[in-house]
Structure formats: C-alpha cells, structure tokens
Design a protein around this ligand. Structure first.
Ligand code: ARG
Length: 456
C-alpha cells in the first residue's frame, strides 16, 4: 500500500504507476533526502512536536538507510513511488511506528523542492570546477603562443592577423561568463523551501531559518506557495549549462575547421581523434562534433522544461516532476563532455608553419589604410584608396607588396618608401596594443588577469 493509500479503496492501476513513479530517476537524491529529513527531525524535536529521544531514534534509522544506499544494499519495494516514499517506508521498517512521526507538517512538495535544490547547488559547483579545468587548459596552450600568428576571420573570411593565444583566450572569457552565471544561479537557489508544507505553511512551530541554515541554504523562501513550486533554479541551471555548451560548440567548430587539412592549423591528438572504417586516411574530430551535436540536446532540455513551466497554476503540480530528468541529463552530458574537451584542448598541436603559410597580404589591407591615415588622409578616403589597390592587385594576380611605389602613388600621393614596413604580419599584431587587443603585450596582460580570476 502506498503512503497515501488511506483514501482509496483500490490500488492504482499498474500503467498509471509506471507513468507516475519517479523512483527510477529520483533515487539519486537519496543523500539530500535523508539529510533534509535528519534536519527536519531535529526541528520537530526543537519545536517539541516529537521528543528528543524520538528524534534520536528517527535520525539513527535515517543514518542506517543512508548507509544502505551508500553500500548499494538498499532494497527497493514494489510500492516505492519516489525517493521520499522509499526512504520513509524503510525508516518505518527499521525504527517502527515512531518513524511515521517524521512527516508531521511536511509534504513531499516542500521535501522534493528542498532535496532537488540541495542537489542542484552541488551540481552547479561540480560543473564550475570541471569548467575551471578547461579554462586552465586554454591558458596553458595559449601562453607559449602570444607571438604565433594565424589569420583571424570575420564571416569566416580572412580579416586581420591575430595570435593563437588571443584566439584561445577568447574562449576563456566566454567560459568565465558561464562561471558567473553559475555563481549567480547558485546564489538565487540558496533559498530553503523546507517548512512550507504542501503549500500553506507549517502549523507546527518549526524554525525555518534554522532549517535553512542547517542545510547550508542562505535563507528560507519567503512565501510557502511560491517555495513549493519555484523551479527557477532548474531553468537557471539549464540555461547556464546550455549557453556554456553553445560556447563550447563554437570552440569545437573552430577546432573542426582549423584541423581540416585545407587549413591544417592544428592537429588533435591521436587519443582524441577517430578514424573511418572504410577510408584509411581519415582523421576525424568526433569529440568536437559530439560537443556541437549535444548542444542541441541541452537547448532541448531547456526549452522543453520552460514549456513545462508555462501556465502552471499556483502551487505544486505533478508536471514539475519533469524537472529532474531534464537537469540530470544536461548536467550528465556536460560531465561527460568537459573532461574530453579539456584534454583535447590540452593536447592540441599548434602548427605554426601552416598558420603562417595561410597569412595572405589581404589581411594587411586595414594596416595599409591605417598607414595612409597616419600620413594625414581621412580614414574613409584611405579605405577607398586601399580598396582600389586591392582590386588592382587582384586584377594582376599579384600580392599587395608586389605593386611598385609608382602604382601605389597613382592611387594616393601619401604613399612613400616606408610603406614596405606595413607588409609584416608580426608588426600588424604588435600594433594592436589597446586593452584586450591581440598584441603580445596585451595578450600577456589578458592571461595574467585570467590567471588571477582562476585563483579567486
Ligand atoms: N516525485 C515527485 C516530484 O518529483 C515528488 C513530489 C510529489 N508530490 C505530490 N504531491 N505528489 O515532483
């Protein structure tokens, strides 16, 4: 018989049970569920709803249940609908009738909201620490390459030269914003629902501030009706994880493109590359494609769960049970991806020669315009003049530096002998010294700040 069976004359239909039961996935909340119950038993004793001795007995029983779960010895029963009923059923088996006092004033509604928040606070921390590994790997690969130059792209068309370090560090900062989102999500979720009852509050004098503090929350939720049905923390984490995966799918896409032999800028280590069953020459970057592909799954979990929340009436509704698989799946997916992505990045071979071979003088067209600006020509006219020069060079099938001074001067009288110095990729990079720019000095400072962010 289920824990709520008193009102019914017949047991639930088997198919309904299979649909309704959540034990198959929510059993992972056992530690949080038991932790919440231990603290709640103490609160009941403190409120003199149960005696100190009864609380001790209940807490002893709960510790045994925890131990059974930890050692894989817990035996599930037919009627264990979810983790909350399973733990309570086993508690009563161990300690007898007194175990039935634990749920006084409590509902599975405040209970599940508490358990899942505790779980989510820890999961957010784990995700943050796995992200930190990847951020460290990015720094480690970037640091020796502040002067290694590759073509930078906009619209995936050659744009301006940048350094390898600058390219890699751009992802560090995306991930740092993800860290920030995880931190703020964690701060918002630190509100304890326990003591809210089913929706209306708890008629026994349990101290909600104490409950919150004992469980490591910052504060109790302000409104019991809101507290039992607030799943903003799930949406927050699903969003933080999704956006993080979107950032990583962009890194993955760069790695896929740059490791294509047509570019050849980087080589993924053998351990993180895969081959073809048919084509012997193949070297595929499957982990990067999985990163890109699984991002769709994370976005799906987010948008699916937001749809679940939309238009729910006040209070707890069983729809909310959909929160768990979505969040479990997104976080488990990230947990599988992140170590592989971090190790792939850490072992990335940087092919500086292929990068340098790919530097075409077109990438210096902006520098050529800047040269004219420094001579006194307004930028818009300089842009136009260099446009004409690029067209001339293209017509002649020549590089920009192949055009002689006379040809350049036919377009603008501002060109002089010293224009030759412009055709230097290292110099172009060197000159972009502004805060956050690609010059080696600016990137070194960027890396220094990144390291100090990581130390905090
Ligand atoms: N398994 C349920 C869930 O995950 C627990 C809460 C059930 N509450 C209820 N009133 N049926 O949401």
């Amino acid at each position: 018989m289920s824990l709520w069976g008193g009102r019914f004359s017949q047991a639930s239909d088997d198919d309904l049970r299979a649909l309704n039961d959540s034990i198959d996935f929510d059993y992972v909340l056992y530690a949080e569920d038991i932790e919440g119950s231990i603290v709640y038993a103490r609160a009941l004793a403190h409120a003199e709803v149960i005696t100190q001795a009864e609380a001790e007995t209940i807490i002893g029983g709960l510790r045994q249940v925890l131990q059974e779960f930890d050692s894989d010895a817990f035996e599930f029963a037919e009627d264990d609908e979810d983790i909350h009923t399973a733990v309570e059923r086993r508690l009563i088996e161990i300690v007898g009738e007194v175990g039935g006092k634990l749920h006084t004033g409590r509902s599975r509604n405040d209970q599940v909201a508490t358990d899942f928040r505790l779980w989510a606070m820890r999961a957010a921390e784990n995700l943050a620490s796995e992200l930190r590994q990847l951020q460290s790997a990015l720094i480690a690969v970037a640091e020796p390459h502040c002067e290694t130059v590759l073509p930078g792209y906009t619209h995936l068309q050659p744009a301006q030269p940048i350094s390898v370090a600058h390219w890699l560090m751009s992802f560090f900062w995306m991930l740092e914003r993800d860290q920030d989102r995880l931190r703020s999500a964690r701060e918002r979720m630190a509100e304890c629902p326990l003591g809210s009852g089913a929706l209306a509050g708890n008629p026994f004098p349990v101290d909600r501030r104490q409950l919150a503090a004992d469980l490591g929350f910052e504060r109790p939720g302000e409104n019991s009706l809101d507290a039992v049905s607030d799943r903003d923390f799930v949406a927050d984490l699903l969003y933080a994880a999704s956006l993080c995966s979107i950032h990583l799918s962009r890194l993955a896409e760069d790695i896929l493109i740059y490791s294509n032999p047509a570019f050849g800028f980087i080589t993924l280590d053998d351990r993180y590359s895969t081959g073809s069953s048919l084509m012997p020459q193949k070297r595929n970057a499957d982990p990067m494609e999985l990163m890109r592909g699984k991002t769709g799954r994370l976005i799906g979990n987010l948008s699916g769960f937001l749809s679940t929340l939309k238009g729910l009436p006040s209070g707890y509704n069983k729809d909310l049970q959909e929160d768990k698989e979505a969040l479990f799946d997104s976080l488990e997916t990230m947990h599988r991806l992140l170590p592989v992505i971090a190790a792939s990045v850490a072992s990335l071979a940087i092919n500086a020669d292929a990068m340098s071979d790919a530097l075409s003088e077109d990438l210096l067209a902006t520098d050529l315009a800047d040269y004219l600006v420094k001579k006194g020509l307004p930028f818009r006219r300089a842009h136009h003049a260099v446009g004409a020069i690029v067209r001339k060079a293209a017509e002649q099938g020549a590089a920009l530096s192949d055009l002689d001074l006379e040809t350049l001067q036919s377009v603008s009288g501002y060109f002089a002998e010293d224009v030759a110095a412009v055709f230097d990729f290292g110099r172009s990079v060197q000159e972009r010294k502004s805060f956050g720019g690609t010059s080696p000095g600016a990137v070194k400072l960027q890396i220094k700040r990144a390291k100090s962010v990581l130390r905090q």
